[in-house]
Design a protein around this ligand. Structure first.
Ligand code: XMP
Length: 519
């Protein structure tokens, strides 16, 4: 196992991912974890990047005991600066924040121990790397060598003379560093000597065993499902582990995609055998959303109403379980756990608000958390768990649903119009066999009216905007280039079939500066 200490970088999860791609298990823990509290013996440690600067008053720091373990350590970006901060090097702010591609020159050490050149072994003399930093090293810590530099960063890669300590200023974990995965492989396999023994199949077995151990022989678990990949995979895993003692709840908030509640019910209940209750709370949601245009307010209303509805439903299940327990009737026990199906990106989003360690801690405190895979890995897991392919490949859908894709006030009629247009759009994308090439596609209902003509009559109706993007991680995204005939068919079908729409536009904005959603 490799231990990754997370200082709150948006890329930390990608480091664990790259390790797993080498079939090496990596565990991500908060950077403030005390070495004495770690229950396993890591073969190496990676220190992640961070939005902080090492000299900030409240910046996070690693337990200095890590440097006494004698195991290899690789510091990435802030991690490099953290090594320097601990071992008497010097870190200074750059004149300009460096963000983007850079060309790294690998420098063979002149002298030093055998381990000095180990990090770049077999990787050539030069490589393209991705930089994202505001500080950099301005003096080496004692006993360190420079092993790589770029035009603007003289200490872009360093290594200790005799100990397996390495620091790099760039980010090998992002795909913009094309040889970064190999570099991480050099570290975990070559330098740490980890064995390649992590596989998804074995992981499933271990997760099921872990869930059974946490839950014990009795006691129920409840969890929310949305119909998306993450919560479905989490639910299916729970079902495999404890069967009917797991109870899934799906809340129909009235702003789902067309026929979604029914489809989720069919799939989870009928195909996958998961114990599921669908609660139709659409009236409550839509009445609370009445007249609201502000997107953040829409999000808040939907989030709060969701909690109200979920809690009320959970209380019903708890009451029934308590009653059964009292009667001693083949008791599965009381409700004791809440399942959280969260992915890394969601954890990252909250970190940026709450500081590096706080959120991860709450996350680790909830023992039935999702195994923290990245979205591709969750899909691979879903396939192994026999979740139907169309669901596993499904584009993500935001929690606030169509409410943030109806740009004006949300009403049942507006929801119907958008559901209809969106379903035509997605159907045509699937027919053209383009669905899997696109990361996310959806329709947006604009709050303006445009003039049109139908027969001899002028019309004055609403506009649909189509969005389709390709993206690795949704932090950046490119708009998708459709074959024109596909757009033509979609537009003609929407304007002909969806009452109230006389115009369709296609969104050609990338993220940044636009976002994927319009609100
Ligand atoms: P943006 O619009 O931020 O979207 O570029 C990036 C990804 O996040 C999804 N998204 C949300 N998901 N609740 C969610 O659960 C939200 O409020 C929300 N806003 C955006 C969006 O669909 C895209 O996949």
């Amino acid at each position: 196992t490799v231990l990754i200490l997370d200082f709150g970088s948006q890329y930390s999860h990608l480091i664990t991912r790259r390790c797993r791609e080498h079939n090496v298990y990596a565990e991500l823990m908060p950077c403030t974890t005390k070495i004495k509290d770690i229950k396993f013996k890591p073969k190496g440690i990676i220190l992640s990047g961070s939005p902080y600067s090492v000299y900030d008053k409240d910046s996070p720091h690693v337990d200095p005991a890590v440097f006494d373990l004698g195991i290899p350590i690789l510091g990435i970006c802030y991690g490099l600066q953290e090594i320097a901060w601990n071992l008497n090097g010097k870190v200074s702010p750059c004149d300009h924040r460096e963000y983007g591609f850079s060309q790294l020159q690998v420098k063979k050490s002149d002298g030093g121990g055998a381990s000095v050149d180990a990090l770049f072994e077999g990787l050539g003399d030069e490589m393209q790397v991705w930089m994202s930093h505001g500080d950099q090293l301005s003096a080496l810590p004692p006993d360190f060598h420079i092993i790589g530099y770029t035009q603007s960063a003289p200490y872009a890669a360093i290594a200790h003379n005799s100990k397996p300590l390495y620091g790099i200023q760039f980010h090998p974990e992002v795909t913009h560093s094309p040889r970064g995965k190999e570099l991480i492989g050099r570290f975990v396999l070559g330098i740490c000597g980890c064995r390649k023994n992590w596989t998804m199949e074995e992981f499933i077995g271990k997760e099921i065993a872990r869930i059974r151990e946490i839950c014990g022989p009795k006691g129920r678990v409840i969890g929310a499902v949305s119909g998306g990949v993450d919560s479905t995979v989490a639910a299916k895993l729970m079902h495999e582990a404890i069967g009917d003692r797991f109870h899934a709840i799906m809340v129909d908030n009235g702003v789902l995609r067309m026929n979604e509640a029914q489809q989720v019910n069919d799939m989870l209940n009928k195909d996958l055998g998961v114990n599921l209750t669908v609660v139709d709370a659409s009236d409550m949601f839509l009445s609370r959303l009445e007249g609201i245009e502000d997107p953040e307010q829409k999000r808040k209303i939907i989030g709060n109403t969701f909690i109200n509805v979920f809690e009320a439903e959970a209380a019903k299940i708890e009451a029934a379980a308590d009653d059964e327990e009292k009667r001693g009737a083949a008791a599965k026990g009381r409700v004791e756990w809440l399942l959280q199906g969260t992915l890394y990106p969601d954890v990252i989003e909250s970190i940026s608000f709450k500081g590096p360690s706080a959120t991860i801690k709450t996350h680790h405190n909830s023992p039935l958390h999702h195994p923290l895979l990245t979205s591709d890995e969750v899909r691979a897991l879903g396939r192994l768990l026999s979740i139907p392919a169309p669901l596993v490949q499904r584009h993500p859908f935001p929690g606030p649903g169509l409410a943030i894709r109806i740009l004006g006030p949300v009403t049942r009629d507006q929801v119907k119009i958008l559901q209809h247009a969106d379903s035509i759009y997605i159907e045509e994308i699937r027919k053209a066999k383009l669905y899997d090439q696109i990361s996310q596609a959806f329709a947006v209902l604009l709050p303006v009216r445009a003039v049109g003509v139908m027969g001899d009559q002028r019309t004055y109706e609403q506009v649909i905007a189509l969005r389709a993007v390709q993206s690795e991680d949704f932090m950046t995204a490119d708009w998708y280039v459709f074959p024109p005939e596909v757009l033509r068919r979609i537009s003609s079908r929407i304007t002909n079939e969806v009452a109230g729409i006389n115009r369709v536009t296609y969104d050609i904005s990338s993220k940044p500066p636009a976002t994927v959603e319009w609100l």
